[in-house]
Design a protein around this ligand. Structure first.
Ligand SMILES: Cc1ncc(C[n+]2csc(CCOP(=O)(O)OP(=O)(O)O)c2C)c(N)n1
Ligand SMILES: [Mg+2]
Length: 434
């Protein structure tokens, strides 16, 4: 016993508060509990504080805990800026077809953005959210999961759907809200959803997906499935985020809380959103294991998500991943962001890697770019021409029992529709008028 306590004491002296304290403390308490007679004396010697909810030591020196008291959580990466694997032990050694699928999905995503963003600016669709700069976060995480894992997204995760097999036509049809849109035109553009692909339909109010994701993870305890909940660092300021973190931790839910930290909540920069060491630092304070990852590095995101999933399933516990990535906003970029768009652009990083592995070259690039643009344009042209859903759809599938105020509106519509048969035909409405 003496030897053990001595060892603990030594460890406690050069403790790294966040990294090792929990483990040492638990170890000490476990040992002390089994040796009741020595316990009181030992507590004093170790200065351990036993109180429900507290895992710490006593101190007789008054002292603030400041940002400087902690080492910031480091960012895990696999690739350097030239696409070289830095530590061979961390290379996920993915087969050629998977790496090429990753690259194609990431660059496709980028082309989808260019066309749909332009179309929104031209007024052809009412709304759009780009994914530029976040390609590695989507594809790296999606590749580490399987289609049975349930996704709760925010709105900027369409790469996950593309990876799972959502077609370009389904994507464009959703943005146009036409008659083939799965959501039958009842949602804003980019509010995708697919029951078949286990992707819960996006809802506009930020963070509502977070407690919902934790709740559905609760039902998946002791299965081989996990829930992955994507959210932005801006969304993490909502009260719902706290509810989600705390329930995930206290109820031991197999959920991966995936915070895409891109430095902005639309136009609100980080410095106006939070102080401290980011969202990652919140994880341990809720009792959630946390990884901070380079969101521009698809292999780092892949490894982190894979590990998180394994942990969540094995331990039935939540895990938090925080990839940091750049995002390009339409306004002038501050220099600290601009440098990321050139040096660390995720698609380029992966391209350097596949070129070095001899899997890609300029000819393949040109051929793929041409094909992917054509595929998107074909889907886009077809989607734009399709009729809008019949107006009656707006009253379906939302309420089991339609409330009286909505019934009243439905009645108005029933009376109004016959006055404009072209606009409200039985087939659906015409895109240029509807
Ligand atoms: C409850 C709520 N408040 C405000 C908004 C408006 N809004 C939409 S996106 C957004 C910024 C979200 O930022 P972040 O979570 O960082 O996601 P990002 O856009 O950077 O991916 C805001 C404030 C909203 N949709 N819901
Ligand atoms: Mg953000």
């Amino acid at each position: 016993m003496r030897v053990v306590i001595c060892r603990i004491h030594l460890k406690l002296r050069d403790i790294e508060f966040r990294a090792t304290f929990d483990g040492v403390y638990d170890y000490a308490v476990r040992i002390l509990c089994t040796y009741k007679r020595t316990s009181i004396r030992a507590y004093y010697r170790l200065k351990l504080l036993l109180f429900p909810g507290a895992k710490t030591t006593w101190s007789e020196k008054i002292e603030f805990i400041k940002m400087k008291s902690y080492r910031p959580i480091p960012v895990y990466r696999v690739l350097d800026r030239q696409g070289n694997v830095i530590n061979p032990a961390e290379d996920p050694k993915l087969p050629e077809d998977i790496v090429i699928k990753m690259y194609k999905s990431m660059s496709l995503l980028n082309n989808v953005d260019k066309i749909l963003y332009e179309s929104q600016r031209q007024g052809r669709i009412s709304f759009y959210m780009t994914n530029y700069g976040e390609e590695a976060s989507h594809i790296g995480s999606a590749a580490a999961l399987n289609n049975e894992d349930i996704i709760y997204g925010q709105y900027r995760e369409v790469g996950v759907l593309i990876w799972r097999g959502f077609t370009l036509q389904q994507l464009v049809d959703q943005c146009y809200g036409n008659k083939d849109d799965i959501g039958k035109g009842r949602q804003m553009p980019v509010h995708y959803g697919s029951k078949e692909l286990n992707f819960i339909t996006i809802s506009s109010p930020l963070s509502t997906q977070m407690p919902q994701a934790v709740g559905s993870a609760y039902t998946l305890k002791n299965t081989n499935q996990v829930v992955v909940c994507y959210f932005g660092e801006g969304a993490a300021s909502e009260g719902d985020a706290h509810a989600a973190f705390n329930f995930a931790a206290t109820l031991d839910c197999p959920v991966v809380l995936f915070c895409r930290n891109n430095g902005y909540a639309i136009s609100t920069p980080i410095k106006e959103q939070y102080k401290g060491d980011g969202i990652a630092a919140r994880g341990p304070s809720y009792g959630i294991h946390t990884l901070r990852v380079d969101g521009n590095d698809v292999f780092a995101v892949y490894n982190a998500t894979k590990l998180a999933k394994e942990y969540a399933i094995k331990e039935n516990k939540p895990l938090e991943i925080i990839p940091h990535q750049m995002i390009v906003l339409p306004t002038d970029l501050p220099s600290e962001i601009k440098q990321w768009t050139t040096n660390d652009y995720p698609v380029m990083k992966l391209r350097y890697y596949i070129e070095k592995r001899g899997l890609w070259d300029e000819d393949k690039e040109k051929e793929w770019m041409k094909k992917s643009r054509n595929d998107i344009l074909n889907a886009f042209n077809a989607g734009e021409k399709k009729l809008k859903p019949k107006w009656t759809e707006m009253f379906n599938d939302v309420y089991k029992d339609i409330p009286s105020n909505i019934l009243k509106q439905q009645d108005y519509m029933n009376k109004h529709a016959p006055y404009n048969k072209y606009y409200y035909s039985d087939l659906g409405s015409n895109p240029d008028t509807g």
